[in-house]
Write a protein that binds this ligand. Structure first.
Ligand code: IPM
Ligand code: MG
Length: 397
């Protein structure tokens, strides 16, 4: 019975193993990190995405142009808008990222990305792979860095979520062996685990946070999570000055909402799916997923994104111009920081804190009883220009 199905499954699995073995070999070749100081121009691509994406990214672009006016004029920075990463186009060519769009993206060095629709079974769209996941894989953006801060509670966390392996790597390549049997695959490789764990330890050392928490479910998921944990044990030997511990993801999820314990966490490093879940929980503790930024970092490319959805209903109801650009502006400051404009990123962060959390002179509600995204962006730019910006911000700390 089922001989044909078993043969097909073996063949499918064989191909996946072959692909992954090739990938491991490539990973071992380890390229050098790109050096932005040596680039002229640094090319920043703005990829609007779907739904409200193009509306909010337009505001982020205006802020970038404002902050980098001099560098754009003297040719150090070039900003490009990349059209076409919409669900309509993606569905038309049945690809997570259409080829021509990917080609344009690859000509840039860093990307600022608006939200993109991720279809699931039963949606009106074909069930194609998430554009986020595809972009992370295509550009090898292996580190998803997500900071969360609540100073009044002593919370200062930075999560390093592995971004190219785990349950996501072959997310689109599982199989329905029969109508009754579905199988997905989870992949962890030694070089893939090592590079993200090393980045987390480096960060802990460099920032003086000096504490890394490794999160797995290695007691149950023995092979893949087991490998992640043993890589952590290996890497930790190179960082005797950095304290580290390991937690299982279930109890970690509980401890993050324990006010007595949670401030002990500093830098976290997690396989992909656990990182996805834990960082949403953490962002909620900070005030919601819309308040958090997300940096996707690789050695050659980096992509910074708004982490909320594309809200197609707002567009349908004619409310797109009232969409809140806070999350993509937060991503903009992470981008500036990453490519070396640290002072300007700091100014933007302070202005954003003042405008969205403290002073709130322009309030966005998502409807016409609130401000538009453009009005909010103007408010942020006005605030940046205040000579007493730092004092004004300090006053709220
Ligand atoms: C995120 C998102 C994505 C993910 C979705 C949209 C595919 O939840 O960036 O965390 O699961 O990685
Ligand atoms: Mg998520």
């Amino acid at each position: 019975m089922y001989e044909k199905e078993i043969e097909e499954a073996k063949e499918h699995f064989g191909k996946l193993v072959e692909e992954q073995l090739k990938r491991v070999e490539k990973l071992k070749e380890a390229d050098d990190w790109i050096d932005y100081t040596k680039l002229k121009p640094i090319i920043i691509g703005i990829v609007g995405g779907d739904g409200i994406g193009p509306y909010i990214s337009k505001e982020a672009k205006r802020i970038l142009e404002f902050l980098l006016k001099e560098e754009i004029e003297n040719g150090k920075v070039e900003i490009r808008t990349i059209e076409g990463l919409t669900i309509e186009n993606r569905a038309k060519v049945m690809k997570a990222i259409p080829d021509d769009v990917l080609e344009e993206i690859k000509k840039c060095h860093v990307i600022l990305k608006g939200p993109t629709t991720t279809p699931k079974k039963g949606d009106p769209w074909p069930n194609i792979e998430s554009a986020n996941v595809a972009m992370r894989r295509e550009l090898d953006l292996f580190a998803n860095v997500r900071p969360v801060k609540v100073p009044s509670e002593g919370i200062d966390w930075v999560f390093f979520r592995e971004n190219t392996e785990g349950a996501y790597m072959l997310g689109g390549k599982g199989m329905d062996v029969t109508d009754d049997l579905a199988i997905d695959f989870k992949v962890i490789t030694s070089p893939g685990a090592e590079r993200i764990i090393r980045l987390a330890f480096d960060y802990a050392r460099k920032t003086g946070m000096n504490k890394v928490t490794v999160v797995t479910k290695a007691n149950v998921v023995k092979k893949t999570d087991g490998k992640f944990l043993s890589m952590a044990e290996e890497v930790a030997k190179d960082y005797p000055d950095v304290e580290w511990d390991d937690w299982f993801v279930d109890i970690m999820t509980a401890k993050l909402i324990d006010p007595a314990r949670r401030s002990q966490f500093k830098v976290g490093v997690l396989p992909n799916l656990y990182g996805d879940i834990i960082t949403d929980e953490a962002a909620q503790i900070q005030g919601g997923v819309g308040t958090a930024g997300s940096a996707n970092i690789g050695k050659r490319y980096a992509m910074f994104e708004a982490i909320h959805g594309s809200a197609p209903r707002m567009v349908k109801e004619g409310r797109a111009k009232y969409a809140d650009p806070t999350s993509i502006i937060k991503a903009t400051s992470m981008l500036l920081n990453h490519i070396g404009f640290v002072d300007r990123a700091k100014k933007l962060d302070m202005a954003l804190d003042i405008c969205s959390q403290y002073e709130k002179k322009v309030v966005i509600t998502g409807r016409d009883d609130g401000a538009t995204g453009a009005e909010f962006a103007d408010y942020v730019m006005e605030t940046i220009q205040d000579e007493n910006l730092e004092e004004r911000w300090q006053g709220y700390q």
